[in-house]
Design a protein around this ligand. Structure first.
Ligand code: CA
Length: 514
């Protein structure tokens, strides 16, 4: 297989971030939990590519089409020969990759959850479902390629609607699509895949895995919490599992900070990035452009304030206040932190603030392009809703819009339940990672969630961390932006991730033997 074709399986490039400040609750996490993934998963494990095992009882690919399962429609079954294969177009991407012989199944789970399942002729008896990004709406073809080449049967769904990932209009008048997107699509796919796999191979998969980042990280958490028997191993990257508060306290909060005079053009992002590095890069003992623990950085953007007026080399007072908002985060009228802030570090570069915070104008950034359509179409169900009218406070006796959103879809979307005992009891293993320089989803949320699980596992005793680590590990990645990229991850390519996954899976396998 060529290295180039393998690049399509690299984690979604992306975003940027920043923000800072105090997060005292996280200090309790032992530093050993916060090692960068690259330290834990050395390149040597790239050699652990799983050897394909001969499979028996395999039926002709075409036979899958005649399967009769309630709610399942198989639209096509195609035997794909080893060689070059052009991935179906998603957006304007249309890559050609090298693949082994496999049976390609495309179908629909009622009412309209489209999916594909790829089953290699030489199967390693394992199965991997890959997750989605943004507001989904398309099958994640590219991440299916690397597992397929390693002998995994692999699948992906469009999550029950069609859209470009920044579109929310599919939700209008279709509450069933909202439920499918929130959690039902992945669960239904997992169940369906297992039925097809057993029928095709004559054997059920020996192990089942899920891997996703961003919205896919949210899917991962939903699976571990809500459907603990679907997967043996789950990898949750930069998860949006505090979904509703992320969309309000993350996406909307940043979009609102970037309105009016507070708007920071992309041309000023390097100014902020350089100042943060000057103030905080060396705090970890190494001047390398990476903040190993950005919680220790307390850079005050007022240091960049213009002496008067505006200039390219300074921030106006309104821009200073906007940066402070990003690094302080959303609090309730009582002062409670409703959602943690972004952290400083990693603002520069294509995966940093230029895309996520500045964008092409107010409301047209990575944050605005995700948050506004979700709030408009899912929360308020009003195509004419103006994001600048969101009510953080409300007249006495009425709900504010935060409470309204929580009440409406919080139970459906949020994957913050710290009780993972059912997943653990089923033998499940959860690998969770998050970039410390993620400018989209604050890494603090991941630390907070991990701590909540440790607390739940302790049941008032002292062994919560020990008992948690038996099945759930958190890896914080210095300098990594949203699911990839950033100053700390220049060589952090998919092969290293893949080797990490295999290492993780190997651990899962080994731990099950003991
Ligand atoms: Ca450093």
């Amino acid at each position: 297989m060529s290295d180039r074709s393998g690049d399509v399986a690299e984690p979604r490039p992306s975003i940027r971030a920043k923000i800072a400040s105090q997060t005292p609750a996280e200090e309790a996490v032992p530093s050993e939990l916060l090692y960068p993934v690259s330290y834990r998963f050395p390149l040597a494990f790239a050699a652990l590519i799983v050897a394909a095992l001969p499979s028996f009882g395999q039926r002709p690919c075409e036979s899958v089409k005649s399967m009769s399962v309630p709610g399942l429609t198989i639209n096509s079954t195609t035997s794909i020969p080893a060689g070059s294969f052009t991935l179906p177009s998603v957006g304007n991407r249309n890559a050609t990759v090298e693949v082994p012989d496999f049976c390609r199944v495309a179908g629909v789970i009622a009412p309209e959850i489209k999916f594909e399942l790829w089953m290699p002729a030489q199967w390693n008896r394992k199965f991997l479902t890959v997750g989605n990004g943004g507001l989904a709406g398309s099958i994640s073809y590219a991440p299916m390629v690397a597992p397929l080449r390693q002998g995994y049967a692999t699948s992906s769904t469009d999550t029950g609607h069609e859209g470009n990932g920044n579109d929310g209009s599919w939700a209008l008048g279709h509450f069933e699509r909202v439920v499918d997107f929130a959690h039902r699509a992945i669960h239904s796919l997992a169940e369906t895949d297992k039925v097809i796999l057993e029928a095709f191979y004559g054997n059920a998969p020996g192990r089942s895995y899920f891997s996703g980042c961003s919205a896919g990280g949210e899917q991962a958490m939903q699976e571990a919490q809500r459907y603990p028997r679907d997967f043996d191993g789950i990898i949750a990257g930069d998860p949006a599992n505090n979904w509703v508060h992320h969309y309000i306290g993350g996406h909307l909060w940043v979009a609102l900070a970037m309105t009016g005079d507070g708007y920071i053009p992309a041309s000023k992002v390097p100014l902020i990035a350089d100042a943060v590095n000057s103030a905080c890069d060396a705090l970890d003992g190494i001047k390398d452009g990476v903040l190993n623990d950005p919680r220790r950085c307390h850079f005050d953007p007022a240091a960049l304030a213009c002496k008067q007026g505006d200039a390219a080399t300074c921030l106006t007072s309104a821009q200073v206040e906007a940066v402070k908002k990003l690094w302080t985060g959303l609090r309730s009228a009582d002062g409670d932190q409703l959602y943690p802030p972004l952290l400083p570090g990693g603002e520069a570069g294509p995966g940093g603030w230029t895309n996520w915070v500045s964008g092409t104008g107010p409301g047209k950034s990575g944050h605005g392009n995700l948050g506004i359509p979700f709030l408009k179409f899912v929360i308020f169900e009003n195509p004419d809703w103006d994001y600048r009218t969101f009510k953080f406070d409300a007249p006495q006796g009425l709900d504010n819009d935060v409470d309204f959103a929580d009440a409406k879809v919080g139970a459906m979307f949020n994957g913050m339940n710290p009780d993972l005992t059912a997943f653990k009891a089923n033998g499940g293993k959860l690998i969770h990672y998050h970039g410390w320089s993620d400018p989209d989803i604050t890494p603090i949320n991941s630390v907070n969630y991990y701590e909540s699980v440790v607390k739940a596992m302790s049941r008032g005793g002292n062994h919560g961390l020990r008992d948690t680590r038996e099945f759930y590990r958190l890896f914080m990645v210095p300098g990594m932006q949203h699911c990839g990229g950033g100053p700390g991850t220049a060589s952090f390519r998919w092969r290293r991730w893949t080797s990490g996954w295999i290492m993780a899976w190997r651990r899962i396998r080994l731990s099950r033997r003991t």
